[in-house]
Design a protein around this ligand. Structure first.
Ligand code: ADP
Ligand code: NI
Length: 217
């Protein structure tokens, strides 16, 4: 196996290239943030294999069905195999790529620590001020309205698998973003999620106050 730093540099270059096709909410800067949050959670938790966490974060969106026809696992195996990464690390990275998505299930995954960490990092990047920006960016990319008051906000919220079909970006908060805090796998992720969740709640409160301005007069 090559030197770890060299492997990570080559994988970063590959991902940067692959992400150029994505809208900016899914682009390279999303990957960079997920890598940083994941490594932070990893060191705070003191559990799991660091190389698997970093490679898993770098490669978690490769082959995303919303953007690409390519098969994530095949590409990952070819790339990491070519760099001499051990087959157990490759399997763990493929496992992260295949199971990270919200739509794969609501419950925290009891499986690998590395998957739990990268999933928390990916979910944290969908929350808070950055998450709000990403949601409106993605909604715009899809041509969705910022909000459609004709459609009732579902309460209790819709569950897994429906989030990409939210009728408006504000609906997406109730379909997905406000559920993420309670889906955190690690105590460190949960702590970070609390602040981001509160911020989204305050944002929505202000949004609706502005939206309804003058309605009671
Ligand atoms: P995951 O990778 O967990 O499956 P997605 O790919 O569904 O997550 O979402 C990636 C980003 O796009 C997140 O920031 C998410 O909030 C946002 N997003 C997904 N669907 C919508 C939608 N219908 N409206 C607005 N934002 C969305
Ligand atoms: Ni992601």
């Amino acid at each position: 196996m090559k030197d770890e730093r060299k492997i990570l540099d080559e994988v970063s270059r590959f991902v940067m290239e692959a992400m150029q096709k994505h809208d900016s909410g899914h682009g390279w800067t999303h990957i960079e943030r997920v890598v940083r949050i994941a490594l932070h959670i990893h060191s705070a938790e003191g559990r799991g294999d660091r190389l698997t966490v970093e490679l898993g974060a770098l490669l978690h969106d490769v082959g995303d069905h919303k953007f690409e026809a390519h098969d994530g696992p095949d590409e990952i195996r070819r790339l990491l195999g070519g760099l001499g990464v051990s087959s157990s690390v490759i399997d763990a990275v493929v496992n992260i790529n295949q199971n990270i998505s919200f739509s794969k299930g609501m419950r925290p995954d009891p499986g690998s620590v590395e998957l739990q960490i990268v999933q928390d990092a990916d979910r944290l990047d969908a929350m808070g001020a950055v998450g709000i920006a990403r949601a409106f960016n993605y909604g715009g990319f899809k041509g969705n309205d910022i909000y459609d008051p004709r459609v009732k906000i579902t309460d209790p919220p819709l569950l897994a698998g429906t989030s990409s079909r939210s009728v408006s970006t504000i609906h997406h908060f109730y379909d997905k973003l406000l559920l993420l805090r309670d889906l955190m796998n690690t105590p460190t992720g949960r702590k970070l999620a609390d602040e981001r969740h509160e911020y989204m709640v305050r944002y929505l409160d202000q949004f609706f106050r502005e939206w309804n301005e003058g309605m009671d007069k």
